[in-house]
Design a binder for this molecule. Structure first.
Ligand SMILES: [Zn+2]
Length: 474
């Protein structure tokens, strides 16, 4: 279904520059664009009418970092630490994923995002051991009617190696650029801080291709200030660079990020339970560093951004209270507002991706629109503080309608055009394959993996033994 659609009478959170909230107004979509916003709009004959009364209309949400290929292992790692994750995926079992397993995870994760009103997702795809895996990842993303940026990575090899292969170059020329199906392309790799800077050739490839780099930076023990300094000294910190997590960094690194215009993708649920460091929004705000939100991976956490907004507000405020208490003071007014996290979940992601055509509801913008409305829920009223309602009250089941570029991908609480039984079979095949590869004991143990004693396992990057003095006691 496309053509013209009008959402009638909702509370419209425009997320425009003035952050206007428009109670009881309509949003008209024609083709792939928003063409009018206002009260009681006159609409072209044949326009599909959607009753948004009692609901909230907001821009499609944007997630700047999630590992979709891991979605087929949903919930498996609920009790992992980051070290256990590294053991399971990086060192032991990530290599048994076949292209069809990447496909299954991506397909499941892509629909999961849309279902929760996440219309644009950066697929931080670091399981691409071969370009067959990469083609599978891209095929799945292109099969789902959302916006997906493929951030290409490969944890099984050094960035300098996999970016140098002719197969990789061939993939880039076949699958990216122009009006091909992917919404964008990035290189995804981490910077260990090894003074030899083994990641430098991969940055040079990114520069040559003209594509952004996204990097897990500020992950306790794995990536930190040393990596930031190397990037800075070699001129690889640019405004389009997305630093994922950005915890466990010093003031010096935050200043370098701020000065070079990059942004941080904060995955609060992840940082809180895996151990990258304290969710850093409370620090990023002080340095004026732009923030977007992300959920990281469904192997542990929630694939919706309501959870991310909620967790981020909680972590930021919690930190403020604790810092104040340590000084014998009381916080009387919360610095981080609900409105701010809704902004991070929408236009913050758009800004991080350099996209001015999405992230807000304004005439002329792409019609990526979410309607939150659930007439069966006692949580849907009263609607007194719309931003607060989105951040603390709403959840996935309240996502009534989702439009991506004017196309209805969810309507009346149901995804449009998804074949869930077929998707379930694909995912079951993957789970069965992995289970057979591991064997029952390793499968069971994998939910709480042993950590080999041969290596300090906060450095999962097998191409270097480097460890920072800062996190290893000097
Ligand atoms: Zn991640």
């Amino acid at each position: 279904m496309s053509g013209s659609i009008v959402l009638r009478g909702g509370t419209v959170l425009t997320l425009d520059d003035a952050r206007r909230v428009l109670p009881g107004e309509d949003v008209l979509v024609e083709g792939d664009r928003i063409t009018a916003i206002g009260p009681a709009l006159e609409v072209p004959a044949g326009t599909t009418e959607i009753d948004a009364s009692g609901g909230i209309v907001l821009p499609g949400m944007i997630d700047t970092h999630r590992h979709l290929w891991q979605t087929a292992m949903r919930g498996y790692g609920a009790d992992w630490t980051l070290t256990q994750y590294f053991v399971w995926y990086y060192l032991e079992w990530g290599k048994v994923f076949r292209p069809e397993d990447i496909y299954a995870g991506n397909l499941l994760g892509a629909w999961e995002a849309l279902e929760a009103g996440v219309t644009t997702t950066v697929d931080w795809s670091h399981g691409l051991q071969t370009t067959q895996h990469a083609d599978a990842a891209a095929d799945a993303l292109e099969a789902v009617p959302g916006r997906f940026v493929l951030a290409y990575g490969n944890i099984q090899d050094a960035p300098a190696n996999w970016t140098a292969t002719p197969e990789f170059r061939d993939f880039v020329s076949r699958r990216t650029g122009g009006d091909r199906g992917l919404e964008g392309f990035q290189l995804a790799f981490d910077v260990t801080g090894d003074p030899a800077f083994p990641e430098k050739p991969a940055f040079e490839v990114a520069r040559e291709l003209g594509v952004p780099v996204t990097t897990h930076a500020g992950v306790w023990g794995a990536t930190g200030d040393d990596g930031i300094r190397l990037m800075y000294d070699h001129g690889f910190m640019t405004p389009e660079t997305i630093y994922v997590h950005g915890a466990s960094l010093s003031a010096d690194s935050y200043q370098r990020i701020a000065a070079t215009g990059g942004s941080v993708s904060v995955s609060t649920e992840s940082e809180q339970s895996a151990g990258q460091g304290y969710p850093p929004t409370w620090a990023l705000r002080q340095y004026g560093i732009p923030v977007s939100l992300s959920m990281d991976t469904s192997v542990w956490w929630s694939g919706d951004l309501f959870s991310a907004m909620r967790a981020t507000l909680g972590a930021d405020r919690s930190r403020e209270h604790l810092e104040a208490h340590a000084k014998g003071e009381t916080v009387t007014h919360a610095a981080l507002r609900a409105e701010q996290v809704v902004e991070w979940a929408t236009r913050g992601g758009a800004a991080a991706l350099g996209r001015s055509d999405i992230g807000s509801l304004e005439v002329g913008k792409k019609a990526d629109v979410v309607l939150l409305k659930n007439d069966h829920s006692p949580v849907s009223f009263p609607l007194l503080n719309p931003f607060g309602h989105v951040a603390f009250q709403a959840q996935r089941a309240d996502v009534h309608t989702v439009l991506v570029g004017g196309r209805v991908v969810k309507r009346d609480g149901r995804l449009v055009g998804v074949d869930l039984p077929a998707l379930r079979r694909r995912v079951e095949d993957t789970v069965e394959h992995l289970r057979a590869q591991l064997g029952e004991e390793a499968w069971r143990q994998g939910m709480n993996p042993d950590v080999p004693e041969t290596k300090i396992l906060d450095n999962p990057y097998t191409y270097t033994d480097y460890q920072s003095d800062r996190t290893h006691g000097g």
